[in-house]
Design a protein around this ligand. Structure first.
Ligand SMILES: [Zn+2]
Length: 305
């Protein structure tokens, strides 16, 4: 009986998340186009036809219409159902974790703001400072019982990015991070606290790396500069050998270990040097939006900690 009741609650929360997600889409697209959020009613952005009620049902209308506008048959941006679905999942995970509580409310505001920012970033490479500040305030409120951890996280998050920005400006002689990203990191720090700042950032960077990988590999294949593949393979093989030596899969003497370790250092140096030179010559676009990676790492954070 109890589990049944819980299941109904989950379904209701999921539907609420979907509806909110569809509202987030309105915020994302109308903030970017400068339209009012309340007026006019939903319409197709391609043919301007007003949508019928069933065409506004989150996710399902997209699936039913097979991703095409009912009137003009133009493709509907995949971001609409993606944001709706992510929002639905977000509400469910958050509810499982916190139940009906203030923590639930504040974390929903934080993660929803990050979702909106990620959507804006993907659509236009711009983020609205308004939602970053909203996320920051909600993040501090979320940590009402560990305020020091939260505030320190915000300050250090701000600091880390400020330093990274300055360093990258010197190395690459161009903007690698936008100003918005600094405030974003500050809000992230406030949410996860100083204690989890580094791990969340590492997860975000891994997501970012994965997002940038396809364009990067394509770039190399087109320009036929395979050096980076050799360097990376060298690095990965030395690392695996080192790892196996450490857990004594095979017996190695100290010199073999030092040799393997040197291989890791040298190959890693070459990979970094190669990447740096490419970024400097603008052959790798580093200005892929960063906020989607941050949103996903926070989502994972909610799940893990
Ligand atoms: Zn249309």
């Amino acid at each position: 009986m109890l589990t049944d009741c819980f299941l109904y609650q989950i379904i209701c929360i999921f539907i609420l998340g979907l509806i909110m997600g569809s509202f987030y889409n309105v915020i994302i697209f109308r903030t970017l186009s400068g339209e009012s959020i309340i007026n006019p009613p939903s319409k197709c952005p391609k043919c301007d036809t007003r949508l019928l009620w069933w065409q506004k049902i989150p996710v399902f209308s997209y699936l039913y219409l097979k991703g095409k506008c009912y009137f003009c048959k133009n493709d509907i941006d995949i971001m609409y159902p993606a944001v709706e679905f992510l929002s639905g999942m977000l509400f469910v995970f958050d509810f499982i974790k916190f139940g009906f509580s203030l923590k639930f409310l504040f974390s929903i505001v934080v993660l929803s703001s990050f979702l909106i920012l990620a959507g804006m970033d993907i659509q236009s490479n711009k983020i609205s400072v308004k939602y970053t500040i909203l996320a920051l305030i909600a993040a501090v409120l979320f940590n009402y019982n560990s305020l020091a951890d939260s505030v320190l996280g915000a300050v250090i998050g701000f600091g880390i990015f400020y330093v990274l920005k300055k360093i990258s400006l010197n190395i690459f002689e161009k903007e690698v991070f936008g100003d918005g990203d600094i405030y974003l990191l500050s809000a992230l720090g406030a949410f996860v606290g100083i204690s989890h700042l580094v791990i969340t950032l590492v997860i975000a960077l891994i997501f970012q790396f994965i997002f940038c990988l396809p364009a990067f590999v394509k770039n190399i294949l087109v320009s036929k500069q395979y050096k980076i593949f050799y360097y990376s393979a060298w690095f990965i093989i030395s690392y695996i050998l080192f790892f196996m030596a450490r857990i004594y899969v095979f017996n190695t003497n100290i010199f073999a270990k030092i040799f393997i370790f040197l291989n890791i250092i040298v190959s890693m140096f070459l990979v970094c040097k190669y990447l740096f030179s490419k970024i400097k010559k603008s052959e790798i676009a580093l200005v892929e939006p960063f906020s989607p990676a941050i949103f996903l790492s926070l989502f994972l954070f909610l799940f893990l900690f």
